[in-house]
Design a protein around this ligand. Structure first.
Ligand code: RM4
Ligand code: MN
Ligand code: MN
Length: 430
């Protein structure tokens, strides 16, 4: 029997901090009441928040220079789910899992589904992988997949996506996400318009097979691995393609897939307004697709994104139902610690966004009072909602301090014993 973080243990850890937390929560509650905010409403929102964890995030990632394996890394999809369970037990907002195929290809979908269910987990999105060649694969993706010049390669890439859809149905997934690295590294290498035509043709074939109840997300990315001209490079092209495909196709926004300084919250607002915001791959970045922990570099940007999301939620915008997912790669941290930290930061931004006095903001906007408008956002952003988050976790059975509880549990050390490195197979380097 492999080691699991015991619920009793979490409860005992929480007892150490509970009386202080109650004091802080009561104090913050009184402060917020002066602003007309009921702290209990915020705690309810914090408990209701959900974000899916990427199966590919629980192993150490790597850069194109090296991969430095961490101790006790998961060696199979089942061990990945064990780590996802540990995260969920401590933060209580991450029961959903995104799977990457073929990295997580199960021998038996039914077995994988019940393994997840026994741990209180479910499958959120399927992700296809046609950006790598797999052992024994007939045709290479070196020069692209869904947009390859050779129709046989395009067909193979479409088939792989159809396989993901079938698997998704068996696993009870809610969506299928397509990201391709197709494009050119040099000017002239790829015919820019023809590549997009081919992309759409391939996507139409996948969309036509989309099973009932599943949504399709397409993920744009400015560059990498195609350094000069990526086929699905921006949100505008993504929006055009989702419109062309049909009502169950949506655009997915990965925070690391834009040029530096791009106003991502505005992209989010646009996609909401156009009815095509599918969901997110949350992470953070300084320069490119850094896949750092959410909120580690630009916490204000994360807050402003949630400001738009909460605004749409409160307006009951028709069709607004975005899927929140993490997409990170960990090189220098324990992946479980990073994923927990990110999940907590998302709840923080979500709760802070609920603190914005929207009536006052609207009024400031209508009288062109830029300073007052910014102050209203800053007031929400600078409010320390830590006690709300901690109380919400405690009430949901999670840890008041997830990081401290995780470290005290000795989880990583136990996994290092249970999962000897020699037996580890190559995880995808992403
Ligand atoms: C890409 C993109 C995809 C992810 C791969 C591994 O940059 O973010 O979502 O599946 O990396
Ligand atoms: Mn992504
Ligand atoms: Mn990425």
């Amino acid at each position: 029997m492999s080691f699991r973080i015991d619920e009793e243990f979490v409860l005992r850890e929480n007892q150490k901090a509970l009386s202080w937390l109650e004091e802080d929560y009561a104090h913050l509650g009184r402060q917020l009441l002066r602003r007309g905010v009921e702290i209990e409403r915020l705690a309810e929102r914090a408990i209701a928040f959900r974000v899916a964890v990427p199966s590919w995030g629980v192993g150490t990632g790597g850069t194109r220079f090296a991969r430095f394996a961490g101790p006790g890394e998961p060696r199979s999809v089942f061990e990945k789910l064990d780590d996802c369970e540990a995260i969920q037990r401590l933060v209580r907002v991450t029961p959903g899992i995104s799977l990457h195929i073929p990295w997580d290809e199960p021998d038996s979908a039914a077995e994988l589904k019940s393994y997840a269910a026994a741990r209180g987990l479910f499958f959120d999105s399927m992700n296809s992988n046609t950006f790598q060649d797999q052992p024994g694969q007939k045709l290479s993706y070196k020069f692209g997949s869904l947009t390859h010049a050779d129709p046989a390669v395009r067909r193979q890439a479409v088939e792989h996506n159809l396989h993901c859809l079938e698997l998704g149905v068996k696993l009870g997934a809610r969506s299928h996400t397509v990201w391709v690295g197709d494009g050119g590294n040099f000017p002239g290498q790829v015919h820019i318009r023809r590549a997009l035509e081919r992309y759409l043709e391939s996507l139409r074939a996948i969309y036509a097979a989309l099973p009932d109840g599943l949504r399709m997300y397409i993920e744009h990315k400015l560059y990498e691995p195609a350094f000069y001209s990526t086929v699905l490079n921006d949100w505008g092209t993504s929006y055009y393609c989702t419109r062309e495909l049909g009502p169950r196709a949506y655009s997915l926004v990965d925070l690391g897939h834009h040029a530096p300084n791009v106003n991502i919250e505005m992209i989010v607002a646009r996609l909401i307004q156009l009815g095509k915001l599918g969901g997110f791959h949350f992470n953070d970045s300084k320069y490119g697709d850094d896949d750092l922990d959410a909120g580690s570099i630009k916490p204000f940007q994360l807050f402003l994104i949630f400001h738009e999301l909460v605004d749409a939620e409160r307006d009951a915008t028709p069709g607004f139902d975005p899927a929140y997912m993490l997409d990170q790669s960990h090189n220098v941290t324990d992946p479980v610690e990073s994923l927990m930290t990110s999940a907590v930061e998302l709840v923080r931004a979500y709760v802070q966004a609920h603190l914005v006095d929207r009536a006052a903001l609207l009024e400031a906007q209508e009288r062109n009072d830029a300073i007052a408008a910014l102050q209203l956002l800053k007031q929400a952003f600078t409010t320390d909602v830590g006690p709300v988050l901690a109380m919400a976790r405690h009430r949901a059975g999670g840890a008041i301090d997830p990081l401290a509880a995780y470290r005290a549990s000795g989880y990583r050390g136990r996994k290092a014993q249970e999962r000897p490195a020699a037996a580890r197979q190559g995880a995808g380097i992403v």
